[in-house]
Design a protein around this ligand. Structure first.
Ligand SMILES: Cc1ncc(C[n+]2csc(CCOP(=O)(O)OP(=O)(O)O)c2C)c(N)n1
Length: 327
């Protein structure tokens, strides 16, 4: 049975608790991933989603279990929000045989198709075509599934975005385009790379709805995503959401962050999405301060166990080197 949260008609108490726990799981996972990288335990790098949790969680809270997502190089948060198994994800970071891609994909290629996670992607804009293809498949099968395509502001001017949004609009595909505008594409500021950030104006070019969303507010994201997802499910076609957010850490784990002032992060931390939700949960009497703390502790412990699982897992056997290779 679901209970509606007092004063929050569109969201249940269970959903609020899930949002809170999932944001902590993401933050704990990506904090640990930074440690793992710094300790030299993983090959490649990791792109922390810390600070951006409200976007992935708010959107995925509005999805069905059998819906799909496509993700980016900064994909841990999306995968966890869509129900990804953190043991297998951590094992993938460490290149172990128990990883989501049997240790051959690493941080930027986590995929769990049976949970609707069609893959993180090292190519900026690389998830676009996959999202449109999955949405076309859902439409042709009449399955009622919706696809969410996550991408960063750095992908806003990729040619594939234009092609896919145009085609998705013409074919009324059940896809929602979710742009995470965290202010940067590597060290480039969005003001210097994107001529027009107005979501409605951009979307208007394809004849679809576009909306700007406070990406630091999980409930605002949930509400906007719910409308867009239900619209897509009704067969009315795609929408574009541009969520304003910020990454607290560097572009990747080894980024010296020498292109922005330390103080710049402070106003964003003051709007921290987890603290904001915790305040609301405690004020409305949905959770006590102790419960809130317990969730944080439990998720940190779960991530510790995930790391132990990953460390104890075997390396992929050499004989499997050429298996599951398609290109
Ligand atoms: C097609 C392509 N061009 C360039 C790169 C190098 N690259 C990796 S991440 C990145 C910036 C992406 O910025 P954004 O899409 O805003 O995502 P964010 O890192 O901010 O989450 C770039 C240019 C790439 N991986 N793929």
């Amino acid at each position: 049975m679901t209970t509606t949260a007092p004063g929050l008609s569109s969201v249940s108490v269970e959903q609020l608790r899930w949002m809170h726990r999932t944001m902590w799981r993401i933050r704990a996972f990506d904090t640990k991933a930074l440690e793992v990288y710094r300790a030299g335990m993983m090959r490649g790098t990791s792109h922390p989603y810390i600070g951006m949790e409200a976007v992935g969680v708010g959107v995925c809270a509005a999805l069905r279990e059998d819906d799909y997502i496509t993700s980016t190089h900064r994909g841990h948060g999306h995968c966890i929000a869509k129900g990804g198994d953190i043991n297998r994800m951590m094992a993938e970071l460490l290149g172990k045989a128990t990883g989501t891609c049997k240790g051959k994909g690493g941080s930027m290629h986590i995929a769990e198709v049976d949970r609707g996670i069609l893959g993180a992607n090292g190519i900026v804009g690389g998830g676009m075509g996959i999202a449109a293809g999955a949405a076309l498949s859902a439409k042709m099968r009449g399955s009622g599934q919706v696809v969410v395509c996550f991408f960063g502001d750095g992908a806003l001017n990729q040619g594939v975005l234009h092609e896919v949004m145009n085609m998705a609009a013409i074919w009324k595909l059940p896809v929602v385009f979710v742009c995470e505008n965290n202010g940067f594409a590597m060290s480039a500021r969005v003001e210097n790379t994107v001529a027009n950030l107005d979501a409605a104006a951009r979307a208007n070019a394809y004849g679809i709805p576009g909306m700007e969303v406070d990406g630091m507010d999980v409930l605002a994201v949930y509400e906007a995503a719910s409308h867009a997802i239900e619209r897509a499910r009704r067969g009315e076609g795609p929408s574009l959401l541009i969520c304003r957010t910020y990454r607290y850490f560097g572009h990747h784990a080894g980024d010296p962050l020498n292109y922005r002032a330390r103080e710049e992060v402070e106003p964003w931390r003051a709007k921290d999405p987890i603290e904001r939700l915790e305040k609301l949960l405690v004020e409305r009497g949905i959770m006590s301060q102790e419960e809130v703390q317990r969730v944080q502790d439990e998720e940190k412990q779960a991530v510790e166990r995930a790391l132990e699982f990953a460390q104890q897992s075997p390396e992929p056997p050499v004989e499997t080197l050429m298996e599951d290779i398609y290109a």
